[in-house]
Write a protein that binds this ligand. Structure first.
Ligand code: UDP
Ligand code: MG
Length: 307
C-alpha cells in the first residue's frame, strides 16, 4: 500500500462525503494505491452511518469507531497503529485542510523528508485562535530549536516508520514534529492552503492553550530527561541544597559569635532551600527507580536495515 490518509473526526457528518471524494480524486490522479482511515472519535451526529454508506462507494475506506470521545491524539494514535501505507498523511475532517496539498506532501516525503508539516501561512480562523497560536508556536520554536511555524497543523505527512516509532497519547499530537526531530528524523515544512470552517464548529476551546503548555513541558521533559530524570532533579536539588547550605553555614558562624539567628527570615529561607533540595533529589531518584522497573526497549529507534 502506498498511501494512508488518516482522518480523526468528531461530529463532522456534513463534510465527510465531499472530503472523501476530493481525497480519492487527488490520489487516483497519482496512480497510487491508498486507503482512507477514518477514526470516529465518539461522534453523535450520524457521522458513522455516513461513513458506512461511503464505504460502499469507496472500498478504500476503513473506519474505526471509538466507544466515546477520547480526543484527537487517541484517534491519531489508533489511526497510526492500523495504517498500512508507506506514507501516512493526517488531515482534519472539516475541510479546512485542502486535499490538493496531498500530492505536494507526498512529493516532499519522496524527496527525502521523514515528516513534512503543513504551515497554514494564511490562516482562516477567528482571531482568538490565531494570536495565541502564533505565541505558542514562537515559544515552542525557541524551546525546542525546531524551525517550523505551525506545529499544530492537522495536515502532515510521515514516512510510516516515523509514526510507528512515536507513541501519541494525551494531547501530544501537537508535538509530533518535536518528537520526530528528537528521534533524529528529518523534519520539513510546506506552506498549505487553509479554509474557513464550512460546517459545524471547532472542537477545541480556550482550554487547549493551557493543556498545550503543559504538554510542551511534558515533551521537553521526556525528550531530554526521559531516561535520566536524576540529571534534571538532581541538578535542581543540588543547587537548592547548596544555596541553603551556604546560608545556614553563614548563620551558624554568626550564632557561634553570639548573635541570635532564630528570628531571621534568612534562617527560614536556608531551611526551606535545604528541604526543597532534598525533595528534588528524592523525586529524581524515584524517577530513576521507575525507569529501572519498566521495559526500556524504546530508548532508540532504527532508521534502516540492510540484511
Ligand atoms: N477531533 C477529534 N476529536 C476531538 C476533537 C477534534 O477527532 O476530540 C477532530 C475534528 O473532528 C477535526 C480535527 O480533529 O477533524 C480538528 O479539530 P477542529 O477542526 O475542531 O480543530 P481546529 O481546526 O479548530 O483547530
Ligand atoms: Mg478545524
Amino acid at each position: 500500500m502506498d498511501i494512508s490518509i488518516v482522518v480523526p473526526l468528531l461530529n463532522e457528518s456534513e463534510s465527510l462525503a465531499e472530503l472523501t471524494e476530493r481525497v480519492a480524486k487527488e490520489i487516483n490522479d497519482l496512480n497510487k494505491s491508498f486507503e482512507i482511515v477514518f477514526i470516529d472519535d465518539g461522534s453523535t451526529d450520524g457521522s458513522l452511518d455516513i461513513l458506512r454508506k461511503l464505504k460502499k462507494q469507496y472500498p478504500q475506506i476503513r473506519v474505526i469507531s471509538f466507544s466515546r470521545n477520547f480526543g484527537k491524539s487517541a484517534a491519531l494514535s489508533e489511526g497510526f497503529r492500523i495504517a498500512r501505507g508507506e506514507i501516512v498523511i493526517t488531515m482534519d475532517a472539516d475541510l479546512q485542510d485542502d486535499p490538493t496539498e496531498i500530492p505536494k506532501l507526498i512529493h516532499e516525503i519522496e524527496s527525502g523528508f521523514d515528516l513534512v508539516s503543513g504551515w497554514k501561512q494564511e490562516r482562516h480562523d477567528p482571531i482568538n485562535k490565531t494570536i495565541p497560536s502564533k505565541f505558542f508556536n514562537f515559544i515552542t520554536r525557541q524551546l525546542t530549536g525546531i524551525k517550523i511555524h505551525d506545529f499544530n497543523c492537522g495536515l502532515k505527512a510521515y514516512r510510516s516508520r516515523v509514526i510507528k516509532a512515536i507513541p501519541v497519547y494525551g494531547e501530544l499530537h501537537r508535538y509530533l514534529p518535536v518528537l520526530a526531530h528528537w528521534l533524529g528524523y528529518k523534519v520539513g515544512e510546506l506552506v498549505v492552503k487553509h479554509h474557513p470552517r464550512k460546517f459545524g464548529y471547532s472542537k477545541f476551546g480556550i482550554k487547549r492553550f493551557f493543556n498545550g503548555f503543559f504538554d510542551l513541558l511534558t515533551v521537553l521533559f521526556i525528550t531530554r530527561y526521559r531516561q535520566k530524570p536524576l540529571h534534571l532533579f538532581g541538578f535542581m536539588g543540588l543547587g537548592s541544597s547548596f544555596l541553603g547550605g551556604i546560608i545556614l553555614l553563614y548563620l551558624s558562624i554568626l550564632w557561634f559569635q553570639g548573635h541570635g539567628i532564630g528570628q531571621r527570615p534568612l534562617f527560614f529561607l536556608g531551611v526551606l532551600l535545604m528541604i526543597v533540595g532534598v525533595q528534588f533529589f528524592s523525586i529524581g531518584l524515584i524517577g530513576e527507580m521507575l525507569i529501572n522497573t519498566r521495559d526500556n526497549s524504546v530508548e532508540y529507534t532504527i532508521k534502516d536495515k540492510i540484511d
